[in-house]
Design a binder for this molecule. Structure first.
Ligand code: NAP
Length: 284
């Protein structure tokens, strides 16, 4: 199936669609979901140190038989690894866990801790060829501009909650000057049935002979978002990727855009994030 690619602000190409493995256990489950996806044509996997399944992602990439250069792997550093000098050690450990030679895209997972020091090490890791592109995740406070203005290498991607109920219009304007692409986490609202069953998706699903989820995912693609819906169900994995053979009209895109309620599924103040994300650190 022909999928779409986006050129990042450093010239690297990212497959616009991939597989997310948040909350998928390390071992057979992660490996199988990734292998199923890669066999069906996926070329992009989104993991994180905090997901504790990078080893299984790496195994799937190596066992797939697909040339390494055709697969795009993203992982994320946890705040416990932030700091100049400290972050480079974290990156080296990540490279060992993944064991796939290099990391395509490395993100700072959360906007707390010594993120400025961490960014300097990430820039060095790019110079050293350990990492191809670097970016941010969940930076939505003014810490976003703090990193962007100081950065020698501007963030290639910003991964945030984004779906038809929370479309991130303001954030897209803030990040536009840096040429940073938006990656949408919770693309189908973490499977929320209220979102999935919105009448507009049911109506369009009927028109195009698709499922409601496929309509939502297609909307993301036409919005220019990078997406990696999570699934361990082979039928869902297959269906989610089957969205490159139809196109929503401008009117239909506008109808979906009008669902924006500026309401998140995950809500936490910066203070709560500080407390929550520094209280835990992932095992090596
Ligand atoms: N940076 C961050 O802080 C952050 C936070 C959250 C997520 N993420 C990333 O974003 C990815 C996606 O987010 P997410 O996994 O939380 O939520 P999601 O992709 O919006 O939703 C996943 C849920 O939807 C179900 N699902 C998938 N395809 C379906 C289909 N075709 N029909 C019906 N249900 C379907 C899945 O169940 P089945 O497995 O049964 O299909 C799962 O319960 C994550 O895996 C992770 O890579 C990043």
């Amino acid at each position: 199936m022909k999928q779409s690619y986006i050129t990042l602000n450093n010239g690297e190409k990212i497959p616009q669609f991939g597989m997310g493995v948040f909350m998928v256990p390390e071992g057979e489950e992660t490996k199988k979901a990734c292998l199923d996806a890669l066999k069906m044509g996926y070329r992009h996997i989104d993991t994180a140190h905090a997901y504790q399944n990078e080893r299984s992602v790496g195994e799937a990439v190596r066992e797939s038989g697909i040339p390494r250069g055709e697969i795009f792997v993203t992982s994320k550093l946890w705040p416990s690894e932030y700091g100049e000098g400290k972050t480079m050690a974290g990156i080296d450990k990540m490279l060992e866990r993944l064991n796939i030679g290099y990391i395509d895209l490395l993100l700072l997972h959360q906007q707390v801790g010594d993120y400025m020091g961490a960014w300097k090490d990430m820039e060095k890791a790019v110079e050293q060829g350990k990492v191809r592109s670097i970016g941010l995740s969940n930076f939505e406070s003014d810490r976003l501009e703090e990193v962007c203005s100081a950065a020698k290498i501007k963030p290639a991607a910003l991964q945030v909650e984004c779906h038809p109920y929370f479309q991130q219009r303001e954030l897209k304007k803030r990040i536009a000057p840096y040429g940073t692409v938006i990656e949408a986490w919770y693309p189908i609202g973490h499977g929320d049935s209220g979102l999935i069953n919105e009448p507009v998706f049911t109506e369009l699903a009927k028109k195009y002979g698709k499922t409601n989820v496929q309509i939502i995912l297609r909307w993301h693609i036409q919005e220019g978002n990078v997406i990696f819906p999570k699934s361990t169900n082979p039928q869902h994995i297959k269906d989610n990727f089957d969205i490159f053979d139809f196109e929503l009209t401008d009117e239909e895109m506008a109808k979906i855009s009008s669902l924006d309620r500026n309401v998140r599924f995950y809500n936490a103040s910066l203070e709560q994030q500080e407390a929550q994300f520094t209280a835990w650190s992932p095992a090596d």
